[in-house]
Design a protein around this ligand. Structure first.
Ligand code: NAD
Ligand code: UDP
Length: 334
């Protein structure tokens, strides 16, 4: 059954562009909602609150151009919108493997439901895809033309293959129905409003350092990631949405400043002033060895190159978690 939502919009409804953000109460989604409100859009934030939190969007509740809808994207929906950002999906390995079948359903059925909505309304739709579609890449940096190296049956497959299938559904809708699509392949993003308990390396290490407990590094710490500060990722998503029809992507969105996880832990320790020792634990199955975006397409199409250094972005994130630990000391018990 299709759920029909008619969010209350004050003033003349056609006065504003109406933008649906699925996963809007999550880490990335809530920052995106803030930026869209700032640029004068009416934002419909849709979320099932599985990993999202009300506190991320609390400050927007009651805003005349903000509506909140509690809904799961695996169920069809109808709402009058001009643009859709599809961010609904748990993103941390701990979160997406907690209910892997529902993770796949979220990516696949979610994409189908939102593509139908976009097609019916002639709305632009942007998919938050991921660097995980490259799996454990055999080339580095990863360019959009690389097809990836994904284990289709491993514990990360629910996320990786779900996102790959969503990309395929987006392109099929563009080819068959003329749907106005955009695909962003987002690389590791960090910043305020990450959950302290979702298991990602940035939040884990910062909380461990602030608590003075051991910093947990999986494997020998030689695997790499490239970290982009949240404001810059959100800026790139909005730039991609604003490109003319026909620019569909996929476009890599990430910071090419590649670091080993061992170095990353050392930087967190320095910036927090912690003297915690580093403890090495077994590497999770299928943990990618390298991750680094080739962002030449983003630079060419979006005029976008991230400039916030890892030291600067991490300092801001550390300030956020310091305040969180005062507000909620049990955010993630060691
Ligand atoms: P997040 O877990 O903080 O946010 C995801 C949001 O989606 C949450 O609010 C959650 O409650 C909601 N959600 C999950 N399943 C849903 C469902 N079935 N129906 C409705 N809502 C649902 O994660 P995030 O880091 O903000 O990631 C947002 C998007 O960006 C995800 O699609 C993720 O795959 C993608 N992405 C993020 C990163 C990153 O580093 N943060 C990297 C690559 C891709
Ligand atoms: N990692 C780690 N310690 C942690 C959490 C993660 O060493 O407490 C490692 C993890 O094995 C991976 C990298 O850090 O190699 C990034 O992990 P994250 O879950 O943040 O993102 P993803 O693996 O999805 O890129």
């Amino acid at each position: 059954m299709t759920h029909v939502f008619t969010p209350h919009i004050s003033g003349t409804s056609r006065q504003y562009r109406r933008v649906l953000v699925t996963g809007g109460a999550g880490f990335l989604g809530s920052h995106l909602c803030d930026r869209l409100i700032d640029q004068g859009d009416h934002v419909v934030c849709l979320d099932n609150f599985s990993t999202g939190r009300r506190c991320n969007i609390e400050h927007l509740i009651g805003h005349p151009r903000f509506s909140l809808v509690c809904h799961d994207v695996v169920d069809p929906l109808a709402v009058d919108v001009d643009q859709i950002y599809n961010l609904a999906c748990p993103a941390s390995p701990t979160a997406y493997s907690a209910d892997p079948v529902h993770t796949t359903k979220t990516s696949v059925l979610g994409a189908l439901n939102l593509l139908k909505l976009a097609t019916d309304r002639n709305a632009r739709i942007l998919q938050a895809s991921t660097s995980e579609i490259y799996g454990d890449p055999q080339v580095s940096p990863q360019h959009e033309a690389y097809w990836g190296h994904v284990d289709p049956t491993g514990p990360r497959a629910c996320y990786d293959e779900g996102k790959r299938c969503a990309e395929s559904l987006f392109f099929d809708h563009a080819r068959r129905f003329g749907t106005r699509i955009k695909i962003a392949r987002i690389f590791n993003t960090y910043g305020p409003r990450m959950r302290g308990d979702d298991g990602r390396v940035t939040s884990n290490l910062i909380i461990e350092a602030l608590r003075g407990t051991e910093l947990t590094v999986y494997g020998d710490g030689s695997q790499t990631r490239s970290f982009c500060y949240v404001d810059e990722t959100v800026d790139a998503l909005m730039r991609l949405m604003a490109t003319p029809d026909g620019i569909e992507g996929p476009v890599n969105i990430g910071n090419p400043d590649e670091r080993t996880i061992g170095d990353f832990a050392t930087i967190v320790r320095r910036l927090t002033g912690s003297d915690s020792r580093i403890a090495y634990r077994p590497l999770p199955v299928d943990d990618p060895r390298r991750r680094c975006p080739d962002i030449s397409e983003a630079a060419r199409l979006l005029g976008w190159i991230p400039t916030i250094s890892l030291d600067e972005g991490l300092s801001r994130t550390i300030d956020y978690f310091r305040a969180e630990l005062v507000r909620e000391p049990t955010v993630r018990e060691a």
